[in-house]
Write a protein of this length. Structure first.
Length: 438
């Protein structure tokens, strides 16, 4: 049975640093979006996975003389602990370095090779002497590796490519049919007036092997992440996407830094699968949005700047509400510990108010309708301020049990651990994580 709504978030790379506040901003807030749709009677498919291959794990493993697989799965276990503490409804479906997933990454390569869309050729490439691998043009920033900052050398090497240029015109034309930020569309159009074929060879061990006899290179991790939203839909080990399993992604959420490479590569692979008759639609996503950036002291958070905030240091409900309140979701906002404390005070006050066991009945219909409009517009800051206004407007009343339960039910969408503790609610949970999806 297919879900009414398929929501996907850009899955994380499981680094040793664990989940950071940007992850929390994406995953916790969008989890509440999905919870709200369920509250309004919809079934929601809300899958999750890990983009597990890549240079950071391999470089770290070499430094400490460990197997990158051990390091990666250790990091994933830590991420799972943090995701559980976040109290979300995501259903983990895959890890890209698992053999069960790698076979389909290699399947993608083989199908493109059979269609003449994968080829090997000599050419001048970008070589990072520190990372010891070739980089795509898009991974070079002002002549330096975007990953480590080393100066790039130009070398003549034999590499594997995907013929993405064969799809340039279709990728540009398709932008008119996607609900996507105009800034992202502009970036993609500009990036596609200068697109060359996609270099997919990487000279590293911690990656999916290119399935050609005698080949020692591995595939660019952007190949791994170009189709995962389709594999979320099935557990089949014999078919890439069994008939009847397909469902388009209704909402895809992730950082604006992926506006070009990941989103264009994904659209390209989806178009190839469309031409093969594997998927029935040319574009993979109905709507794409980018969450904003959380700043501290006027700058984007980063460990190197010394202004990073760990989500593990805060109560999950208070943090979730604060991240919603910090500003419009697509814009982000400035972090403030003082304002963070304000969410704690609000939850404490409304908990006391709902626990008073009074006899006043409050009509919530108009309030819930306003919450619905704000959620669907991704105006989560207005949802939180709306709760505060609702409380201030009615705090002179003593809500009866039915009113208290309904307010608690709505609030638990946005603060899943919230329970007011009125009589008879022991063990109750209002918004279950029903998926009814794949």
């Amino acid at each position: 049975m297919k879900a009414d709504f398929y929501c996907a978030v850009m899955f994380p790379y499981p680094s040793a640093a664990g989940l950071h506040l940007g992850h929390y901003y994406n995953y916790a807030v969008i989890d509440s979006y999905c919870r709200w749709l369920r509250h309004r009677g919809m079934t929601v498919f809300q899958p999750f996975g890990y983009d597990a291959f890549g240079l950071p794990a391999e470089n770290y493993a070499r430094k400490v003389r460990r197997d990158p697989a051990d390091v990666t799965y250790e990091n994933i276990r830590q991420f799972r602990v943090q995701m559980a503490r976040m109290n979300t409804c995501y259903e983990e479906r895959l890890v890209t370095c698992d053999p069960s997933y790698m076979k389909w990454t290699q399947w993608i390569f083989t199908r493109l090779h059979e269609r003449g869309l994968a080829y090997k050729a000599w050419g001048e490439v970008n070589w990072c002497p520190s990372c010891e691998t070739v980089l795509a043009n898009e991974q070079v920033i002002n002549g330096h590796c975007e990953r480590c900052g080393s100066a790039i050398e130009r070398q003549d090497m034999s590499q594997w490519y995907f013929r993405i240029t064969d799809y340039r015109d279709r990728l540009i034309a398709g932008l008119d049919r996607i609900n996507m930020p105009e800034s992202t569309k502009r970036m993609q159009r500009t990036w596609l007036a200068d697109q060359r074929d996609w270099c997919i060879s990487r000279q590293r061990a911690w990656g999916c092997p290119i399935p050609v006899e005698g080949e020692t290179d591995t595939l660019d991790t952007f190949v791994d992440s170009s189709f995962y939203y389709l594999r979320y839909l099935t557990d089949s080990e014999t078919e890439f996407l069994p008939e009847g399993c397909y469902q388009p992604v209704d909402l895809y959420v992730g950082g604006a830094e992926h506006a070009c490479m990941h989103l264009i590569y994904t659209r390209f692979i989806h178009m190839v699968l469309f031409d093969m008759g594997i998927v029935p639609q040319e574009e993979p996503f109905r709507k794409v949005i980018h969450q904003g950036v959380i700043r501290k002291d006027g700058a984007k958070m980063s460990k190197s700047k010394g202004n990073a905030v760990s989500p593990d240091d805060y109560d999950p409900d208070e943090l979730r509400l604060y991240l919603m309140f910090i500003g419009p979701y697509v814009e982000g906002g400035e972090w403030s510990d003082e304002h963070m404390v304000g969410q704690r005070r609000f939850l404490s006050r409304i908990k006391r108010w709902l626990s008073e066991n009074g006899s006043d009945r409050i009509n919530l219909s108009a309030f819930e309708d306003q919450v619905d409009r704000d959620v669907r517009a991704f105006k989560f800051n207005k949802v939180v301020s709306g709760f505060m206004e609702f409380y201030n407007r009615h705090k002179h009343l003593r809500p009866d049990e039915e009113t208290a339960r309904r307010v608690e039910e709505v609030l638990s969408v946005f603060a899943p651990g919230f329970r007011a503790g009125h009589p008879g609610d022991e063990g109750s949970g209002f918004i279950s994580c029903r998926t009814n999806g794949a």
